[in-house]
Design a protein. Structure first.
Length: 287
């Protein structure tokens, strides 16, 4: 059990990187000392992040990913037969190259899909410069750590930019940090409150990721004409999956959706009480 071998350990221009072979969880990506995903249960995180927004959109054709270096986020998007273009912008090309070489079970060839356009640049700068619009935008970046490259992609300023890059009926989803009873206050509630301060619709949900050792939170922001993600029925979700998801999902379906979005009382109370928003001038950093 435990650590079997170190596949890679080093530092890129942006962050500390480790690729580990572990007994319980298989090949695991660790950035700046934090587990990002593990081979055994990455499908729980990546289906949880991607599929609710993708399935809720009636016909997602053009999709944007910020981050997602393992390629598993792209894999989940590309399951959808409606998708004609996926733009993935990940700042750290060294991490992407390492994941492409060593984490095949994560990406499963997604990097070779002709629908994928992979760019290594700042996602904020890309969105400022592009006139393109997207049906679904997925923000799969590291937590907003002090000194890290990601925190500006959690701010009100960034979410305003996102709303301008969403096509009518568009949805955005952002990974939002731990959401367990002892750690939901690190980032989850503040991110949800920030999304809700910009988007006409905001939906919070969570799922337990064993390799993280806690519940993990996500927040969807929707334009005013987007579908009500929270109130989708199990039958609606399963019908959409059957119609346009090309390979079987392992975690997400209509029943799982109800559990993910059915937040426990402590989280509902915390979200109702939260009054912090994240701005460029007043960031909140994970502890």
């Amino acid at each position: 059990m435990g650590l079997r071998r170190v596949i890679y350990s080093g530092r890129t221009q942006y962050q500390e990187v480790s690729l580990l072979e572990t007994g319980p969880f298989g090949r695991t990506l660790v950035l700046d000392g934090k587990t990002q995903s593990a081979e055994v249960d990455e499908f729980v995180y990546h289906e949880g992040l991607v599929q609710p927004a993708m399935v809720a959109h009636p016909s997602p054709r053009r999709v944007f990913i910020a981050g997602g270096g393992e390629g598993a986020t792209a894999r989940e998007v590309l399951r959808h037969t409606t998708v004609s273009q996926l733009v993935m912008v990940d700042l750290d090309g060294e991490v992407v190259a390492l994941c492409r070489e060593h984490l095949w079970n994560h990406h499963q060839g997604a990097f070779d899909d002709p629908r994928l356009q992979l760019l290594h640049q700042d996602a904020l700068a890309y969105l400022r410069d592009t006139p393109e619009q997207f049906d679904v935008m997925i923000i799969d970046i590291s937590d907003p750590l002090e000194g890290g490259p990601a925190y500006k992609l959690y701010t009100q300023e960034f979410y305003r930019l996102v709303t301008s890059r969403l096509a009518p009926g568009g949805l955005m989803v952002v990974q939002s940090g731990p959401a367990g009873p002892t750690n939901y206050g690190e980032t989850f509630t503040a991110i949800r409150n920030t999304v809700a301060s910009i988007f006409p619709q905001a939906f919070s949900y969570r799922t337990f990721v064993h390799s993280f050792g806690t519940n993990w939170g996500f927040v969807i922001g929707g334009l005013a004409d987007a579908r009500d993600v929270f109130n989708l029925s199990a039958d609606e979700i399963d019908t959409s999956i059957a119609a346009r998801v090309s390979t079987p999902l392992r975690y997400y379906d209509g029943i799982a959706h109800q559990g993910m979005f059915g937040l426990p009382k402590y989280l509902r109370q915390a979200l109702a009480a939260e009054d912090r928003v994240i701005t460029d001038a007043n960031p909140i950093f994970a502890v």
